[in-house]
Ligand binder design. Structure first.
Ligand code: GLC
Length: 745
């Protein structure tokens, strides 16, 4: 028996003990560390650098595979991870080749962008954030993990936790909107869903918090553009969701393409080592974004690939996604002393530790099989979960004269628009293994729920973009025959997501004209929006009696929307992003600073525009219901709060309407005077409350001392005494107000 064989037996035994939970906690870490060190001691420098090299799988006829070159790299131990492979049988074959035909047989870790579902596609993350329901969001991520792991995937490049205040930026669709608190809650929920209670569980997949950091702050909303912000804004607004993901146990991070104030993230020691590992104690690994290490050259901070590789590895980026710089350049960099062997060893340890935690040394296949995959995807429970979160992701923006809900006995319903019977766009960007055939369209959803006597008429009316308007006449004729018109308008899924910034965020093409034609018939009209970002819909909002914001809801789009249209579900969604009146207002967000000349409608010499008011068309946290709610009796535990004490906040919420409904009660705080300027409002808590007609409930929040902290003049976290405003309401504008003084002793 070779020494290597004995060592592997020992490692397998340790992994089985880990899997059985016989050893846990510190003992587990120590056991893994011993196995990692033992394996590391057997590796050549080239094999170590190979563990830090990630290559993409190829695809042909819907099957992922490795090219001959890729197979040879794997056999030579030059590949540690693979991205974009999927399918249990093809992944099993790739892993077999790795463990049986390479010298040390170290299994690959296989990652895919499982962003909002694997085969059962859920609402896009921005839609899920609109539910303000972390339990449902966690469930969505759990379903995604169960389906992805069945297909042999070990790791997802999610959650994307980038704060976005600029709807021109297409990737706003992939995150949880503009607020650090909501973004943090959603980030943690997704990590818990993906990783489950143990990474050794074969249904768990490793999460990856991305894109570290501040990618959403791209200047002018233009993807990949520079980010130039203060460290205070970075820490107050953009970093909290990453810290929340880490605190929830995220096993990996992804470095972002952008620079921050002159330093590209992928070469930033401040971010990848000082903050992530030094301040936050992160023990996982960092993967670069796609070719981001090579992009340090066009960024202008590396003259060649070797310099780029040295900069990235020394900053703390462990895995090189696709640029092959670590494989090609790192061994020579170590031998020439430009990179210390210890730096490479530490990066390899982090990667190997993750592979041990995933149980890959126990079972490199983690039980993936075509049978398990077949049973898992699109199961009844998974599809039901997609419908449920779809329902809760829908936001009622307007409902004049209670046009909604409409009766299932309506005599004639006209369904119009390029998104009304569309199976492709509702999957949204980053739809992994999702298939258009799995999608229930708006038209199908409506038809499945109306009475047998109801006539449902349909016409597309126009394309999403371009179009001569030649079919307007047909749409108008149809609308004239109907008792109500449902007009489904919006964006194509490729108009948001990566490399999809828009300078004009109106409804594309001639869709507004189509809506005008339908409205001109006088038929009561409901606008159903399907889009990946806030749109400038001031005209639509002024002229349409009812509007639903549905984003892209995935496979259950039509059923979820019909559930709300016909009132089986009372909508409870709330905006996670502000809707601008004009793109000229962007960036626009609720937690803005007062300035020395705060906006005053009547005073020219205040911070404002000549041609549009400052307020958004629809504010952060906004969403209506088929019932109404009132807020009263806001009470605080005391008007004077000693330092270090909690503040209890209670509010009475009443259902003042005629239908049962759910309300997301939101708590905001303002630090009125501090040593640095503070936002006019900051979300500090929210709770869902369900009320029958006329029912009242008292909702209690506990404001913890640290929730009043901010980064002071010296950039250290501080809580300062003084006056604080407290606001509670159903959105960030319509609130009831109180205040307390935080005393200094
Ligand atoms: C892309 C994206 C990133 C994704 C990665 C792998 O460029 O920026 O979000 O995870 O490449 O597909």
């Amino acid at each position: 028996m070779t020494a290597r064989h004995d060592r592997f037996i020992a490692m397998k035994l340790i992994c089985l003990l880990l899997l059985w939970g016989v050893i846990s906690g510190r003992a587990q870490d120590a056991a893994i560390q011993r196995s990692v060190d033992s394996l590391l001691s057997m590796m050549t420098l080239e094999e170590k650098c190979g563990q830090l090299n990630q290559i993409p799988a190829n695809w042909k006829d819907g099957v992922s595979y490795l090219t001959d070159e890729g197979k040879e790299m794997v056999r030579r131990g030059q590949v540690g991870s693979l991205l974009n492979a999927a399918g249990a049988s093809s992944i099993r074959e790739i892993q077999r080749l790795t463990v049986e035909e390479s010298r040390l047989g170290i299994p690959l870790i296989i990652g895919v962008d499982i962003i909002h579902g694997s085969r059962t596609i859920f609402p896009v993350p921005l839609a899920e954030a609109s539910s303000w329901d972390p339990e449902l969001v966690q469930k969505s991520a759990r379903v995604a993990a169960v389906e992805a792991s069945a297909a042999g995937i070990h790791w997802t490049f999610a959650p994307m936790v980038d704060i976005a205040r600029d709807p021109r930026w297409g990737r706003i669709v992939e995150g949880s909107g503009e607020d650090p608190y909501l973004g943090s809650v959603m980030a943690a929920a997704r990590v818990r869903g993906f990783q489950g209670t143990s990474l050794a569980d074969p249904t768990s997949i490793l999460a990856c918090a991305k894109h570290f950091a501040a990618y959403g702050g791209a200047e002018a909303g233009r993807d990949y553009n520079i980010v130039d912000m203060s460290e205070r804004t970075l820490r107050e607004i953009y970093l909290p969701p990453f810290k929340a993901a880490l605190d929830a146990g995220a096993g990996s991070f992804m470095s972002s393409f952008n620079e921050i104030a002159g330093v590209p993230s992928t070469g930033s020691k401040f971010l990848m080592t000082d903050v992530l590992r030094g301040e936050w104690g992160f023990k996982g690994f960092v993967v670069s974004d796609w070719t981001a290490i090579g992009e340090l050259i066009p960024h202008g901070v590396a003259a060649n690939r070797a310099e780029a590789g040295a900069l990235a590895i020394n900053a703390g980026v462990d895995i090189d996604m696709v640029s092959k710089i670590y494989m090609d350049e790192l061994p020579a960099l170590v031998r020439s002393g430009k990179v210390s062997p210890g730096t490479v060893d530490e990066a390899v340890r982090r990667v190997l530790r993750a592979k041990f935690r995933l149980g890959l040394f126990t079972d490199p296949y983690r039980g993936a099989s075509t049978e398990r995959e077949r049973k898992s995807i699109l199961s009844v429970d998974h599809v039901k979960a997609a419908r449920e979160i779809g329902q809760r992701s829908i936001i009622l923006l307007k409902n004049e004269e209670s046009l909604l809900p409409i009766s299932k006995q309506t005599k004639t319903i006209a369904v119009i628009g390029p998104l009304a019977d569309n199976k492709d766009e509702p999957l949204g960007p980053w739809h992994a293994g999702g298939k258009a055939a799995d999608v229930v369209t708006v038209l199908e959803g409506i038809k499945s729920q109306v009475s047998p006597q109801t006539r449902v008429l349909y016409v597309k009316g126009c394309e999403i973009e371009g179009d001569s308007g030649a079919r307007f006449v047909e749409a108008t004729l149809l609308a004239k025959q109907a008792d109500v018109a449902i007009v489904a308008l919006g964006e194509s899924e490729r108009m948001s997501g990566e490399a999809a910034s828009r300078s004009n965020i109106d409804l594309p093409g001639v869709q507004r004209e189509l809506l005008k034609q339908v409205l001109s018939t006088g038929t009561p009209t409901v606008l159903v929006l399907m889009n990946g970002r806030p749109l400038t819909i001031a005209w639509e909002a002024a002229h349409t009696p009812a509007i639903l914001e549905t984003w892209f809801l995935g496979v259950q789009t039509g059923n979820a929307i019909a559930d709300v249209l016909f009132g089986d579900v009372n909508p409870s969604g709330k905006l996670p992003v502000s809707f601008p009146r004009s793109v000229g207002q962007v960036p626009i967000y609720y937690n803005y600073k007062s300035t020395g000349r705060p906006f005053d409608e009547l005073n020219k010499y205040t911070s404002k525009y000549l041609d549009v008011t400052n307020t958004p068309l629809y504010p952060f946290g906004y969403g209506l219901s088929y019932t109404t709610f009132s807020y009263s009796e806001l009470k605080l535990s005391s008007q004077k709060i000693p330092p270090g004490s909690d503040v209890s906040v209670t509010i009475r919420v009443t259902n003042t309407g005629r239908r049962k409904g759910e309300e997301i009660v939101q708590l905001y705080v303002r630090d009125v005077v501090a040593s640095v300027t503070r936002p006019v409002k900051e979300l500090k808590g929210f709770q869902r409350v369900t009320l029958d007609p006329g029912q009242q409930k008292t909702v209690t929040f506990t404001l913890k001392p640290d929730q009043l902290a901010f980064y002071g003049l010296d950039m250290k976290r501080v809580v300062e005494p003084g006056m604080f405003k407290v606001y509670v309401g159903g959105n960030s504008v319509d609130v009831v107000e109180s205040e307390f003084e935080l005393t200094d002793h």
